[in-house]
Write a protein that binds this ligand. Structure first.
Ligand SMILES: Nc1ncnc2c1ncn2[C@@H]1O[C@H](COP(=O)(O)OP(=O)(O)OP(=O)(O)O)[C@@H](O)[C@H]1O
Ligand SMILES: [Mg+2]
Length: 255
């Protein structure tokens, strides 16, 4: 039996008269890379906002490795290893690219602040390990040349990639990425695809909301399709590409 990293059970959320998420249930197996796709306004970001408790659900449950996380604070959820990025990159201004990356890890550094200030040997070792990890990740996504630049001076695509790096530095067990390829050029998208595969292969479960179909079809093990707050299909990329309900959801958007 495969372990579920995330189980969403009959989840619903309305905003006024809009049923943004309408009785959605889904399972994300541990170690998988799941893509969530759907037209604008389908409820993809809202789903992430419910899972991370940015918004309270009207009904239903969210289980992370079998335990309900509904109602937990965002800090507690992150501390358990459920880490997300945002559709619009949220970079820390005034910090370099490297410092932004390291900020993700400092969420988890166990040492007391006074130990870090005194640079005790353990803390120093830990910092060096973290910096090496951050450098390796920046290199992997092509951001090494921007390492010591103010992060806000990075092009938009670079800021989005940096946010993914920062999320990885937090040591996630489950990583939620909201449109990480938005604003990326083709080369950056290819770097992102490589990174996502490497992340999944390292054992981290990934859920990615994405409009870039070639990225989705190239990296996802499982694709879940939302339309108007409802789950309309789930399957392998190959199955989803042929699914009439999926085609209808997208054609409906255009007309
Ligand atoms: N805070 C909010 N207040 C009111 N309505 C909201 C709020 N957040 C989302 N909605 C509505 O819920 C629906 C789903 O929005 P959501 O942002 O989840 O869509 P999405 O699938 O992420 O779309 P996109 O692809 O454009 O990012 C939309 O009708 C949206 O207007
Ligand atoms: Mg969205």
């Amino acid at each position: 039996m495969t372990t579920a990293a995330l189980e969403i059970v009959n989840l619903s959320k309305s905003f006024g008269g809009i049923r943004a998420i309408s009785d959605i249930s889904l399972t994300v197996p541990a170690g998988s890379l799941t893509a969530v796709i759907g037209p604008n306004g389908a409820g993809k970001t809202t789903l992430f906002n419910l899972v991370t408790n940015l918004y309270a659900a009207d009904q239903g449950d969210v289980k992370f490795y079998g335990e309900s996380i509904l109602g937990l604070g965002s800090g507690e959820i992150a501390a358990r290893g459920l880490i997300r990025t945002f559709q619009t990159a949220r970079i820390f201004p005034g910090l370099t690219a490297l410092e932004n990356a390291l900020a993700g890890a400092h969420l988890h550094v166990r040492r007391a602040p006074w130990q870090q200030m005194l640079w005790l040997p353990g803390a120093l070792r830990e910092e060096r390990t973290l910096a090496a990890k951050a450098d390796a990740l920046l290199e992997l996504v092509g951001l090494a040349p921007f390492r010591d630049m103010a992060a806000t001076d990075l092009p938009m695509g670079g800021q989005k990639l940096l946010e993914v790096v920062r999320a990885l530095m937090a040591g996630p067990r489950l990583l939620l990425l909201d449109e990480p390829a938005a604003g990326l050029n083709d080369a950056e998208t290819a770097d992102l695809a490589e990174l996502l595969r490497a992340v999944r292969d390292s054992g981290i479960t990934v859920i990615v909301v994405e409009h870039n179909m070639s990225l989705v079809m190239g990296v996802a093990d499982q694709v879940i399709v939302l339309d108007a707050g409802k789950g309309v299909a789930a399957g392998s990329p190959r199955e989803i590409q042929k699914d009439k309900r999926v085609i209808a959801a997208y054609v409906g958007e255009e007309s």
